[in-house]
Design a protein. Structure first.
Length: 484
């Protein structure tokens, strides 16, 4: 029985001085230890039969038999021999796989939406063809020390994406708290759930680990977040853009205008990026450090690549009962306002899941089927509103089933009649993968809006789920900012 081969991961850009040898070894030791444990978890959940009942029973049995991991200790518990065989096989698969063209990197932790990472992974693989996936690696950093969350997350990911994991196209890594201490992050007490420094500093260190591990996996590295959806064929679009700019020097290409989402780097720049994030982890949040990095690498102007290929999903699940979690959420972006209004449609309506349920702020939705081109679902507001953002989501969350395949969203003005209807409409945008999320609306479009209309552009057989229509008011957002 052969021992698992070691993976060399280096967080330094240049040869460190003698005084930093201890930190370097500690970082590498912590990450290698955590990787080994993570790979063992993966194979526990992958060695399960296809029968769903047996699948669930064996997952729980195997995971419950795992010895507890001591994150504060120096040594991880020694696994049984069969676990070592599984880890060895997986490590060899990762090391022997050839370098791909693109690595998509995601750092994920417990958040508002417990399914956000699963949605993102599902969207990534649905949006890329089998041919495209041969040139793609998805790297996920599970960036939290809560053992229960780690175990559950690994089990759920491996049960849904085992073909991608076994093919080496989906790789999970984890760095325990010891690695954060070695990296200079200021951790709290020794509890597993204790945060390391403020949230932005921890996020920077999370992404430093992610970038360092991804450095040798591919030619290019695309940074995403969890809880996003991807445009179909995004890899081909990115590749065409890179080819079009082959004669122009660049450090950072942006395929989204939302913070750190959709940022493309060259693989050779990742060690410098990792070092930069570690050095300035306490200075600024990640969304500000990334543009600074490109400027320091002599890219004078940002390169925005349209159309944008990545958008955030929004989920408003019940708030955590933990005071720290509630405080963090209160500092986050405000939720939708959905000013009072009425909902009308000419699509079929059933006894359950009525049209108005698409305009609520809970998890209800509108359901219909066999829709025709020209059909619509329209929200008529009680008073005109100045909108700063409009989001329309259709289809199931994980699989994307029952989404509107071809449709658009229009904003209406100048209401007349009883009951009221809008006499003029302006196109806001086409749905992409059954969804639309538009921010920073032009004044002429978002001002004095009285109607928001979802229009069907082609006949569609089968079911249609309109999950929600969310509206953000400009005045309400300004008031919330002033009060904050």
């Amino acid at each position: 029985m052969g021992r698992p081969s070691r993976v060399h991961v280096d967080f330094w850009l240049q040869e460190p001085s003698a005084g930093t040898d201890t930190m370097r070894c500690s970082l590498r030791h912590c990450l290698l230890t955590s990787l080994a444990v993570g790979f063992l978890w993966l194979f526990l959940t992958l060695q399960i039969p296809r029968d769903m009942d047996e699948d669930q029973n064996k997952v729980h049995a195997l995971l419950s038999s795992m010895p507890p991991v001591s994150y504060g200790g120096r040594k991880a518990p020694r696994p049984p021999a069969d676990w070592q065989d599984l880890a060895s096989t997986y490590m060899k698969t990762i090391q022997q796989r050839r370098k791909t063209w693109l690595t998509v990197g995601i750092s994920s932790g417990p958040g508002r939406d417990p399914n956000g990472l699963l949605y993102t992974l599902g969207s990534l693989f649905r949006a890329s063809s089998k041919v495209e996936q041969k040139h793609l690696t998805v790297l996920v950093h599970l960036a939290d020390s809560d053992f229960a969350w780690l175990r559950e997350t690994v089990a759920r990911i491996s049960s849904l994406f085992s073909p991608q994991i076994l093919a080496g196209r989906l790789v999970l890594i984890h760095a325990p708290p010891d690695a954060y201490s070695a990296a200079g992050a200021h951790c709290g007490d020794g509890d597993q759930g204790a945060p390391c420094g403020d949230a932005s500093a921890k996020q920077n260190v999370d992404h430093a680990f992610l970038a360092s591990f991804a450095a040798k996996l591919s030619d290019y590295f695309l940074l995403l977040r969890d809880n996003v959806f991807c445009a179909p064929g995004f890899l081909t679009h990115v590749r065409r853009k890179v080819w079009a700019l082959r004669a122009h020097p660049w450090v950072l290409l942006e395929f989204s205008n939302r913070g750190s989402l959709g940022k493309l780097f060259r693989g050779g720049d990742l060690p410098r990026l990792a070092r930069f994030l570690l050095l300035f982890q306490q200075d600024q949040p990640l969304s500000r450090l990334i543009p600074r990095f490109s400027v320091l690498q002599a890219q004078r102007r940002p390169v925005l690549c349209r159309p944008f290929l990545f958008y955030y999903r929004v989920s408003y699940s019940r708030a955590s009962q933990d005071p720290k979690a509630r405080a963090a959420q209160s500092r986050g972006p405000p939720g939708p306002h959905n000013p009072p209004g009425a909902v009308f449609t000419d699509m079929r309506v059933f006894d359950v899941h009525a049209p108005w349920e698409a305009y609520t702020l809970d998890e209800s939705f509108f359901w219909t089927h066999n829709i025709s081109a020209g059909s619509h679902l329209t929200v008529i507001l009680n008073r005109p509103a100045n909108l700063s953002r409009v989001q329309v989501l259709t289809g199931t969350i994980l699989e994307g089933k029952h989404a509107l395949q071809r449709g658009q969203v229009e904003l209406g003005h100048s209401p007349e009649g009883v009951p009221q209807f809008c006499t003029s409409f302006v196109l806001l945008g086409q749905l992409l993968e059954g969804q639309l999320d538009q921010e920073a609306l032009p004044t002429r479009v978002g001002s004095d809006v009285s109607c928001v209309k979802l229009v069907v552009n082609a006949d569609q057989a089968g079911g249609l789920m309109v999950r929600h229509i969310y509206l953000w008011e400009e005045s309400a957002r300004a008031t919330a900012a002033a009060q904050g």
